[in-house]
Structures are given as C-alpha cells and as structure tokens.
Design a protein. Structure first.
Length: 122
C-alpha cells in the first residue's frame, strides 16, 4: 500500500509539473523584432517588416503582415505568416507556412538545418 501511495504522489507531482510548464515562456514585440521563447505558447502578432525569432517547443505563432526575416529553432513549432522574405529554421519538425514573398521568384530564401522541418506556401 505504501508503494501505491508513493507512486500516486509521484504521478500527481509529474502531472503538475507538466501542466505548469505546458504554456511557459516569454514573448515580446518591439519596433523591429518579435521574440518568442518557450513551450506550448499560442500567440498572434502584426508585423510591418520586422524580424521574428521563435525558439522553443510546440509553439503556434501567427504573424499577420510582412516579416522580413524569420528565425525558428527548437522542435514542433508551427509558424504562419502572410508575407515573408527570408526564413532560417533549425531543429526538428518545425513547420512554416507563408502566403506570399516579395522575392522575384515568389518564394522566400530558406536555410534549413535539422530533420523534418518544412516550409510551405499556404
């Protein structure tokens, strides 16, 4: 019975830690940069040519407007942008979706390091 109590207590502790960390991190937006760092955040921003830096795990970020440069690192992040020029992605299973690009070929310049990352037109 004592082992069962300890196992239950440990399970509650682990669940509580996961819940507390599930949506933790920081984010900021100033005149030139959007910065998101954390776990499990869902955020929406407006942009008129800023740089966006997204890092962490399983964040879902939507940026309306034009992003001059997007830097994504970590795992399982999903980023939606309307219009973008350059994308740099590192880590695993990050997904970037864009609407248009002002580049001549209609596609953003992409640098990708890692496994399972994707950049797709939406």
């Amino acid at each position: 019975m004592e082992i069962l109590k300890k196992t239950a207590a440990l399970g509650i502790l682990v669940f509580g830690m996961h819940f507390a960390c599930a949506q933790s991190g920081t984010d900021s937006q100033n005149a030139g940069t959007i910065t998101v760092d954390g776990v499990g955040q869902t955020k929406n921003y407006s942009s008129n040519g800023v740089t966006a830096v997204i890092s962490g795990v399983k964040n879902i970020i939507t940026i309306k407007g034009y992003v001059s440069r997007l830097e994504v690192s970590g795992s399982g992040n999903t980023v939606y942008t309307d219009k973008i020029s350059r994308i740099s992605v590192e880590g695993t299973d990050n997904k970037i979706f864009y609407g248009t690009s002002p580049n001549k070929n209609g596609k953003p310049a992409v640098s990708s390091n890692g496994v399972g990352n994707s950049v797709r037109k939406k």
